[in-house]
Design a binder for this molecule. Sequence first.
Ligand code: ZN
Length: 453
Amino acid sequence: MSAGSLFHAPLAWLDGRWQPDVLLHVGPDGHWLDVRAGLPAPDAAQRLPGPVLPSLVNAHSHAFQRAFAGLAEQRARDSDDFWSWRERMYGVALRITPDQLRAIAAQLYTELLAGGYTQVCEFHYLQHREDGQAYDDELAMCWALADAAREAGIGLTLLPVLYAHAGFGETGLRETQRRFRTDAGWVWRACQRINAAGLPLVSAGVALHSLRAAHPEDIQELQRLVGATAVPIHIHVAEQQQEVRDCVAATGHRPLAVTADYGLDARWQLVHATHSTRGEIDRVAASGAGVVICPGTEANLGDGLADLEGWLAAGVPMTVGSDSQVSRGWVEELRWLEYGQRLGQQRRNVAAAPGRQPSTAARLFEACLQGSAGAAGLSSWGLTPGARADFLVLDPDACGLAGMPAATLLDGLVFASQGLPWQAVFVAGQPRALRDDARLRRYAGVMAECWGD
Ligand SMILES: [Zn+2]
């Protein structure tokens, strides 16, 4: 067994600020033994050429939708919205095979690493064969994602999804949703099998597609099966105004309030949570649950703007996700998270907290750093002893970073950088490829199979 490895960085983001001369010690298991500032570089240390930043968790991904990103940006009718996008997205979902999913996800996960994410939470509902029947191994599509994560070298939190109904008050699914059909028993069995497989860098939690697709008896049954097991529980909630109206019509209450009635705790991750009231935010804050905002996808789908200030002020754990994969890096997600607020409110630096954290980028980055472990179901995250040794080495000469004073380096990264801002991305103490030509060609081949004439 190796004794691990030592790195030394001129600067590293520790305890919410840049600190100089940081010695980073990775243990033989790929987790941090120690991270300490203000130390000289011993001879044995590898000197890193730029500032070190912890990576972030991508808390919401549907890998197969990578094959659809950019293909729904044309309008041939009077209006286009989330629901018409969804019908076209189903067209892709209905034809992808496990081999194709493996190729799509391997390329996506490589792009996510280049985007500064080293762990991805896969909200996975594309389970069955094209005809809706189970594969010989009912987890064939789950294993395809795990294979892709191993190939790219990214950490994976697999979240098999409970998807049982087409809408509030409807029983069962539509024909176009036949590949998604699961119940609480299926989801819990999948979660247990994936965890029992003991794959490196892979773990599982559970997910509920939404309140419209998982009815009260489904949700309660899954809660009963999960019990007190420490696995993350993700759910899409309050993404669309139409969903809010349907939920109020069916239950008399708004979606976040209905979700809170199930008894949330820190395992729960509320994806989107776009349409909220002050009272709902207070209830979520009191529960310890986190929110997962997907600014690129929410902009692309015309979902609306989350109450960023409300969530931040309430101290609710926050993460971002690439969701439909139109954007695959957290820099762009944080930029748009703030820009949406500026455009809507005609103000600047909305996320900043004067007196506590004047840097907008630092406030957003820290919020997502703090939310990362919980979203992925990991016990810790970041440059801290015990956490997996995942990190980014910034390129000090990158466009937007060269010559930047440390106090504004993170703002420069989020609001003024262009192109790849890091020289290297490490997972469990090992550098990862940020581009792989064979993987890219395989992905392009699958795209041609899906979309070629
Ligand atoms: Zn989603």
